[in-house]
Design a protein around this ligand. Structure first.
Ligand SMILES: [Zn+2]
Length: 404
């Protein structure tokens, strides 16, 4: 199987030497290396690689025509992310093509491999940006104006990478040509290991969103400013972090402040501002809403108590995603016929498959993650399970793209 060789070539790209985590942020040199790797690997297999206007890479096995079967995932990462999130789906897709070619399979329906851009939203803040622009779920002008932490806009980053940001936006012709999308992904969570299953199928994706909290105060001297005179935004922020944990536990949701920017960020200075991002997810939309409302109201109360200004803005939101039942049943049938049991799991992680699900039948295959840890260098999947994923994906592509 060619999986290990492909993996070995991709593995060092964008990996930080000290943390061993990945920093594959979109439109950076590390991202360009990953794109070059994908392009070369696809072309070596005789696929025709074409970027779309939104920066997603498509590798066609056969001429683009209606009913194409798409598979793939993303190559970007969260800060110091693991090697498997996204990359596994792309490498598996290439290895599945090899397996099918070994068996002299000639697709009747075109197969197309895709590597989506900015899935994690690690650089510009909006997750699944490449797939959302493609479907029209993200507004192109808003997207062009998104900035990274250094103030670089998406438009500038894309221009530097040789793309024309004026062209980003929905692509009904490309989308309309797709008959189905199957995304293979490393499991994020630990449901498969206790079940003794190497593979799983996704039921749906919890609704989830990101909210930006800005606490504004006044910078001051950490030694000379009397406690009573301070307007310290760190105080309401820290209360809000604890309130988020409480609200999540009460509502059966998850809520996380994982990103915070403190100004001026000096050890001996009372901060002037704290900007922090809340990520909240729950099994249903009403629960997300209730959880976030509780957190906002706690933040407002703490801010008032400490003389701090507060603004809260929702930056992205993804409603509940239900994957196509017929496609899932069909895939489960194909796997069962090959003796593969793939339990059906819900997930609280967002994916490009979720963004595409409202436009075409989509499904997701999960590969067992023995510890469940993800978005961390500790993220892992065993080689044998990855190869089981390749075989399963090849069976699925054979069924979806092969003779009826
Ligand atoms: Zn992912």
């Amino acid at each position: 199987m060619t999986f290990a060789g492909l993996w070995r070539d991709l593995e060092p790209l964008g990996r930080h030497p000290e943390t061993c985590g990945y920093r594959r942020y979109s439109w950076t040199p590390a991202d360009a290396q990953c794109r070059a790797w994908f392009t070369k690997a696809a072309e070596q297999r005789g696929l025709i690689v074409q970027p779309d206007a939104n920066g997603n890479l498509w590798a066609w096995w056969g001429p683009p025509r209606p009913g194409a079967v798409a598979t793939g995932s993303h190559l970007d990462s969260v800060p110091d992310g693991g090697g498997y999130d996204g990359a596994l789906g792309v490498v598996t897709a290439l290895a599945a093509v090899d397996l099918l070619k070994e068996k002299n399979f000639h697709p009747e329906r075109t197969v197309v491999l895709v590597a989506f851009t900015e899935e994690e939203g690690a650089r510009f803040g909006v997750p699944c940006l490449g797939s959302r622009l493609l479907t029209g779920a993200a507004d192109p002008q808003t997207a062009r104006d998104l900035t990274d932490d250094a103030g670089v806009t998406l438009a500038e980053a894309m221009t530097d990478a040789g793309l024309d940001p004026a062209l980003i936006g929905p692509d009904p012709a490309l989308l309309g040509g797709l008959g189905a999308f199957v995304e293979l992904h490393v499991e994020q969570g630990r449901a498969l290991a206790p079940l003794g299953a190497a593979l799983g199928l996704a039921e749906g994706i919890w609704p989830h969103g990101r909210w930006r909290f800005e606490f504004g105060g006044r910078a001051d001297h950490a030694g000379t400013a009397r406690l009573a005179d301070r307007r310290d935004p760190m105080l309401p922020y820290s209360g809000t972090v604890l309130a988020a944990r409480r609200a999540a536990a009460e509502h059966g949701a998850v809520a996380t402040f994982g990103k915070v920017i403190v100004e001026p960020n000096g050890t001996n200075a009372v901060p002037s501002a704290v900007r922090a991002w809340l990520d909240a997810r729950a099994p249903d939309e009403a629960t997300v809403e209730e959880t976030v409302t509780a957190i906002r109201s706690a933040a407002a109360g703490f801010s008032e108590e400490h003389g701090i200004t507060l603004s809260v803005r929702r930056e992205s939101y993804t409603p509940l995603v239900r994957f196509d039942q017929d496609l899932r049943d069909r895939i489960a049938g194909v796997l069962a016929a090959a003796g593969i049991t793939a339990p059906v799991l819900p997930t609280a992680a967002g994916h490009d498959a979720g963004a595409l699900a409202e436009r075409l039948p989509t499904a997701m295959l999960f590969v067992r993650n023995p510890t469940g840890v993800s978005h961390s260098p500790a993220e892992h999947a065993d080689l044998a399970d990855c190869e089981a994923g390749v075989r399963a994906l090849a069976l699925v592509l054979h069924d979806l793209a092969g003779p009826k």
